[in-house]
Ligand binder design. Sequence first.
Ligand code: KG4
Ligand code: ZN
Length: 330
Amino acid sequence: MLLLGIETSCDETAAAVIRDWSVLSNVLHTQSAHAEFGGVVPEIASREHLRLLPGIVREALAAAGVAVEDLDGIVFTRGPGLAGPLLVGAAFARALALESGKPLWGANHLEGHLAAVRLSHPDLRPPFLCLTVSGGHTELTEVGSDGSFLALGATRDDAAGEAFDKCGKILGLGYPAGPALSREAASGDSKAFPFPVGLRLEGLDFSFSGLKTAVSRQVKASGEMGAELRADLCASLQEAIVDALVLKSTRALRERGLPGIAVCGGVSANARLRARMAAAAEGIGAWCRFPEPGLCTDNAAMIAGAALWRMERGATGPLSTGVEPGLGLG
Ligand code: KG4
Ligand code: ZN
């Protein structure tokens, strides 16, 4: 199967070509036009996708050494995401499919994040636990041997990536703050500030909104912020987020008797999360898989992978050609 993937759900304009579970090319442009606004502006994102997509798709095909005629299908993200940006990707993919006569597939972005783990570990097979941690989602899902999805828990307020971004904003780290914050944290003391783990004793849901209040209060109380203090704050709040993710994941593994966990979404790039989750899983005899670093955050190879996984499970026709901004996993 030779598939072209197109991803436009947020502020990354991306196109990729995969052949079965091998990534032949993976081209990505992170829009910089949003930086001055401290977050993604949907209207600007739509216009940027429109401007950039033709060049990015051409580049992805060229880097893979294939032509549109060689493809077995064209896959775009149908949701979840920002409505305008999704529509631009869908319209572009539809036009390309019409012109070339190739089949068109609409893929679920969250299934895409999970497919990124399969692209990195082609032997990945259900059943397993999936932890999706991105800018918009924090979810624990049981993936059954038949490929079905069972929602086990989710955040009740902010997503884990959102917590990194909001706390990072308070600490003056720009947007998105996750990568910068984890770099700062590397030289800090994670025990310097005992930040709370929301819903520690309760079930499999998460809560991260208390963290930004606690960080904001600590920043005010600390006054002038030197490099050392900032590193300690970053390390401590990163530890609180990782604590919550590891605690609920191991609880779910035990309660559901699952053999392993696949962690995906932008936050799965976090080095501390990767180390602690791997150790915790090993501690209870479970396996633990992550996407390779380049496939953690939004990309188009994972979108093509989501469609491929569906095809393997027997989906025969186009999944959908409409967009669904509020789509959930499964
Ligand atoms: O999956 P993704 O690229 O986009 C969404 O679908 O949301 O995730 C982006 C999120 C952002 O919140 C970003 O701060 C976070 O992933 N992120 C990280 C790291 N790299 C990206 N958070 C913590 N540590 C990182 N290294
Ligand atoms: Zn994403």
